[in-house]
Ligand binder design. Structure first.
Ligand code: PEP
Ligand code: MG
Length: 325
């Protein structure tokens, strides 16, 4: 079977009824890109830039970041590269920032909240990302957006940085796409509004599950409650995809669920355009897509959304989908 998967290298990810999707990778450092190309990734759907800030004692300079983005953009040779701006806080600490001790770090001062406060850090990163956009198909993504004002502020700062670069005659892509992670329930619920102001969505199920179900994603004692099959989570995912499509933007997913063999057919049925996952899962995902039909999956989605519990959903998928592929 491994050989069968290897034979899929160079092929497109198209369902039996002709629907094409993009299968991309999540990466953390520039080194990861070689494995993505080896497994024939169609792009990078999530570059977790925070790793450039971790395991060191001071902030990375603009130049260091620029190099780290540029090398990946060039290696991708025109394939999309979604760079997520700094997502620290929560479980990822940067000791040299002296972030406050918090009662609820996952609900606290983190990601875009920190960046909108520390605009010095944010602008340096945006300059580096914009500069790298002259070397490939770079897109910008903001994490942990929970409120439309955060998006508008982040976009205003991006415009400021663009005009600085323009006045310095520095090259960048003027039409760079700007998107957000949909990983907080408020944003999924208001995705109709957000879709009018961004170029794409990427659904972050790791956090979306945790916040929708009020289950800490890292707490083993309650991990039995944490499930990507929860119908409430699936409803939010479907709503987000539909609202994105109504405004003509593409919708991807970069949480773990995007690479879940059982969920891929359901996500195709919901209309997901891009699946971003660990590099080692990509060929398997392509194999699944090539062996299912979107129209058939649309019917299964309807059925699933009438079910009550995650266990019922998983059982239904096992019986009606996975065992028949
Ligand atoms: C997510 O929340 O689903 C996600 C992809 O981001 P992270 O896992 O880095 O929080
Ligand atoms: Mg997240």
């Amino acid at each position: 079977f491994k050989e069968e998967l290897n034979n899929l290298k160079g092929e497109k990810s198209i369902s039996k009824d002709g629907v094409k999707v993009e299968i991309a990778a999540n990466i953390g450092t520039p080194k990861d890109i070689d494995k993505v190309l080896e497994h024939d990734g169609e792009g990078v759907g999530l570059y977790r830039s925070e790793f450039l800030y971790m395991d060191r004692d001071k902030l990375p300079t603009e130049e260091e970041q620029f190099e780290a983005y540029k090398v990946v953009a060039e290696k991708l040779d025109g394939k999309p590269l979604v760079i997520r701006t700094l997502d620290v806080g929560g479980d990822k600490d940067l000791p040299y920032l002296n972030l406050p001790e918090e009662m609820n770090p996952f609900l606290g001062y983190r990601a875009i909240r920190l960046c909108l406060d520390r605009t010095d850090i944010f602008k340096t990163q945006l300059r580096a990302i914009l500069r790298s956009s002259a070397y490939g198909n770079v897109k910008i993504m903001f994490p942990m957006i929970s409120n439309i004002d955060e998006l508008r502020k982040a976009k205003d700062i991006l415009e400021e940085v663009k005009s600085e670069l323009r006045s310095e005659n520095v090259k960048f892509n003027e039409d760079i796409e700007v998107g957000i992670m949909v990983e907080i329930p408020s944003t999924a619920i208001q995705s109709d509004i957000f879709a009018k102001e961004v170029d794409f969505f990427s659904i972050g199920t790791n956090d979306l599950i945790q916040y929708t179900l009020a289950v800490d994603r890292g707490n083993q004692d309650i991990s039995y409650l944490y499930s990507q099959y929860h119908p409430a989570v699936l409803r939010l995912i479907k709503m987000t995809i539909e609202n994105g499509h109504k405004e003509g933007i593409w919708v991807g997913m970069c949480g773990e669920a995007a690479g879940d063999e059982k969920l891929i057919p359901i996500l195709l049925g919901m209309g997901l355009d891009e699946f971003s996952m660990s590099a080692s899962s990509m060929l398997m995902a392509r194999w699944i897509i090539k062996n299912i039909s979107k129209t058939e999956m649309e019917e299964k989605v309807e059925k699933i959304l009438t079910l009550g519990s995650p266990q019922e959903v998983e059982k239904y998928i096992d019986k009606e989908i996975t065992s028949k592929i």
